[in-house]
Design a protein around this ligand. Structure first.
Ligand code: SAH
Length: 375
């Protein structure tokens, strides 16, 4: 069995080279080749001794998930579908903007959380992605963006011409399919690669992990690898939240908010982002906004309102634009920083909560839901 180097974080890669009897700087060289240059062929790693290249070819590989399909939306959003074996595929989405390029990464094939308004939740769950499959999403997309950039750059060689920021991954959000904190052991090494100077070199503030609110794991993330944190709030009280986000029954709001406060002691940002999906007639009233003001008083936070993205048989509707605007105004009037997420990539089903990939459900939850819908 050859070791897949995509699955090794910087520490593990150093260990791998130590076992081969090689100096630690070899690990750094290889990190750069693999992650910065997107190189998978050891023979082309020209600053490694020939003997080492041969050893690596025998004992290691750079094996990303197989690329199935790439699609592009009218607004420039791009989506890649990656085959992770046994009938499962996951999606990763790149969102170019004027001053940044954000990659939205998946962490599980499916999801066990069953949030009512999420299409991934409806699909059931197959398994956790490996570190190689998580970082493999950055690996593929960086490579694709670089390849596209290269001809443009050679055509624009005039001095002073710089490449536009929107062509590169400047931010990563773990907001694709799955609950990242329930795949902690594979997610943290992937985060370490995102942050490493020799790999993707992103600052902790530009890597955001979004969680449904797994309280003990929020504490572990704080202790082991703090990055910017987003929490899927979606409701201002336990009664409603337990209906929309069932894991709230296990970790109710008071415990979640306390974990958020603890997180801020070590967070690279001095606020938590609360995500709040706007569901028509469900969580979008003036009374809900007032309750949220109470929550914001407990945790330094910013709110990100997400207009609900519909999918077949969801049973929910998006709040009308004027309702979203008024809701945002109420929060702003109370001194809460609040933005409304622009919906991107809708025409290729790449918007929040629309990622479905392909999941061979092993929990049979999807089957139960389908039967319930029939009855
Ligand atoms: N499991 C993580 C990350 C996944 S989803 C989490 O719960 O945070 C990223 C965000 O999109 C979450 O806030 C999620 O609740 C939201 N989302 C899910 N379905 C949606 C939909 N149909 N429309 C809008 N946002 C949705």
């Amino acid at each position: 069995m050859r070791t897949n180097l995509l699955g090794l974080d910087p520490g593990a890669l150093a260990g791998f080279f130590a076992e081969l009897g090689e100096k630690p700087f070899r690990a750094k060289q290889v990190l750069r080749w693999v992650h910065r240059c997107g190189e998978a062929d050891f023979a082309r790693m020209s600053d490694l001794a020939k003997g080492l290249r041969e050893t690596l070819a025998r004992s290691a590989e750079v094996a990303p998930p197989r690329l199935v399909r790439e699609s592009q939306a009218a607004d420039g959003t791009q989506k890649w579908l990656l085959d992770v074996g046994a009938g499962n595929a996951v999606e990763t989405v790149f969102i170019p903007e004027a001053n940044r390029g954000t990659l939205c990464v998946s962490t599980q094939a499916g999801c066990t959380m069953a949030c009512q308004f999420c299409s991934t939740g409806r699909q059931g769950f197959n398994r956790n992605l490996t570190t190689a499959e998580i970082i493999g999403q950055l690996w593929w997309v960086s490579r694709a963006l670089r390849a596209r950039e290269a001809p443009a750059q050679s055509a624009a060689q005039a001095p002073g011409v710089t490449r536009s920021e929107d062509r590169v991954i400047s931010n990563v959000v773990l907001m694709g399919m799955g609950e990242p904190l329930l795949n902690f052991d594979n997610v943290v090494p992937a985060l370490r690669l995102m942050l490493d100077d020799h790999a993707y070199n992103l600052s902790r503030r530009r890597v955001t992990l979004s969680t449904v609110g797994i309280v003990p794991m929020i504490d572990r993330l704080r202790d082991e690898c703090p990055v910017a944190l987003a929490v899927s709030l979606h409701a201002p009280n336990d009664e409603l939240r337990s209906r929309l986000v069932p894991v709230n029954q296990k970790y109710p709001l008071a415990e979640l908010l306390a974990a958020c406060r603890r997180y801020l002691e070590r967070s690279p940002r001095d606020f938590i982002t609360f995500e709040y999906v706007m569901l028509d007639g469900v969580n979008d009233s003036a009374a809900h906004a007032r309750e949220l003001v109470g929550i914001a008083a407990e945790v330094p936070s910013k709110f990100n309102l997400i207009p609900f993205n519909p999918f077949p048989n969801s049973g929910f509707r998006r709040s009308p634009p004027e309702v979203i605007r008024r809701f945002a105004e109420r929060l702003l009037a109370a001194g809460i920083i609040c933005t409304t997420r622009k919906t991107r990539g809708e025409d290729i089903d790449a918007a929040c909560g629309q990622l479905a990939g392909q999941v061979q459900d092993r929990t049979r939850r999807a089957g139960r839901a389908a039967r319930a819908a029939c009855c």
